[in-house]
Design a protein. Sequence first.
Length: 589
Amino acid sequence: MSKRGYRIFALLSVFFCLSSMISQTTASVNGMSDQKTPILLTKDEQQYVNAHPIINIAFMTGSAPIIFSENGEIKGILKNILEEISFQTGFEFRYTEADNRDMLSAMANNQEIDLIGAIPSQYLSEALHNKHRTKPFLISDTTLFMRIGVDASKLSDYVLALISGSQVPEDIDKSKVKFYNCREAVLNAVEKGMADYCYANEFSIAYYSIKNGYKNVMSIPQNKDIHEYFLIYINEDEKLISIIDKAIESLSIIDLQSIILQNASQIERNISWETVMYLYATQIILIALVVMIILSLLLLLIYQSRKQYKRHTEQHRLLTRISGEYIYEYDVKKDILILSDETVNILNIPKRIEAFKKSEFFQKNSELRELIHTDKAGSELSLVLKNGDAEIFRLINSAIRNKKQEPDYIVGKLINISEEKQRLHDLRIKAQIDGLTGLYNSDTTRTLIKQACESSSDTSALFIIDIDKFKNINDSYGHPMGDKVLTEIALSLKKCFRDIDIVGRIGGDEFCIFMSGNITQNLVKEKCEQLRRVHTVSEYDDYVFVTLSIGVVLSKEYAKFEDLYKIADEALYKAKQNGFNGYHIHLIS
Ligand code: GH3
Ligand code: MG
């Protein structure tokens, strides 16, 4: 038979024992009838019970399931039998547990006890052997209990486990014997391999096999020897002997069966990890595998979602960086401002500011206060960056509100719009400038001069300057040369006038200049003389000589642009009439 086969046999034999022992025992109990005999105490016996109600009984430790203590409570077949006797006689039994035989003998010698319970005759010391005893209340076959692997036909080669104080059988070598304190210790020694075999009653083997979950052993009924269980009287007290004997005899087979069954069904199993593994190894491994697979899948799922989350965060970070967006959060209740890494990178403030409203950043920088204004969308603010530059940001705030609609949390972003602003500015400027000469274009010139006229009450001068015979230049030297002439003249005009003067091109070869402030006639003349010189424009080998005609109106009081323009235009016409390269000044006083 395989090792595992033996183990199964061993376990099965334990259960077999439990069921078979009941019928066997009940049949073996000497003198017991099927019917419970009512116990009738004589008058003397009743008086004895009244005078000696307490009976002290001692038993050996580890004698389960016959009698034993568990968690301070006395249990077992004998305990139940004595309860029955107690019920019938009126005796009260008090129990003392002896750890070893010497202790038991000492209690007997000192007359501390009245009875000793449940020691088979084989294990009695000589002194106890001669004492009076009850009829046996339980009989059991002797069973060989041995470690799996022991050859039952050569037991003399193996180590025998005995209860201390027991006689060593004659045919056994004493060096091959080990002693243990009690029955349970003997059985445990065989299970653990400290000894190889022992003999025990089938009740104890069944009980401890279930309780301790033995798995390295097997038991074989011997049919050669029996264990009888009885009570031993310490004193030759005839009355006590007569009462107890009567009571034991009165126990019916049914009483005993139910007592044994009750004890067999109440074995508390010591569940060790090894026992559980032995019994449920396959199931445990399967469950562990399933759990491991589920755990692995969960871990994989968590890993993947974390990876995805990281990727999303990184994408979002990149997007915000590319789009020039800077995120921040503000916990309204806790008054904590938290900036994203990107925001920290550009602004000169920490990533997390506790008590933001009291912080110096908030106190000193009014722009930063805007960050915690709820539902602020589209407002613009200028922030000083780490590098010292000030840039313009558009601010968008959104609030998470509580049930009372108060903001609990504000999430916002700053969008850097400096470049956009600059572009707009450039476009606006571009729209005001004449593409060829870089001077104000006609519309802008007129608008600016109109505005200047309206706001100025000082003497002002409006110049209209026209290039003489410009058409000829185009015709003779080509259009590009004409453009060059226009550009050079524009440059000369710029140089001639002050920065605060409005200088613009208002037609093909016509320019308009407005001077305000205390403009004198002399200054106007001076400017006209300056412009009257012949302008030489060269391109490669070509030289063009250009002259200008100038019409000026000098007004000492407020005048409308349209009026001034008309007068200056007439002055120009006069200058042209007088021959080219001249000027005419019209004074309005
Ligand atoms: P006047 O002395 O009487 O002013 O004669 P003019 O030849 O200058 O006559 P007019 O003012 O009629 O001629 C202006 C010419 O300027 C007509 C047009 O072809 C030319 N012109 C207008 N805009 C441009 C330009 O942007 N580039 C060039 N090259 N020529 C232009
Ligand atoms: Mg002209």
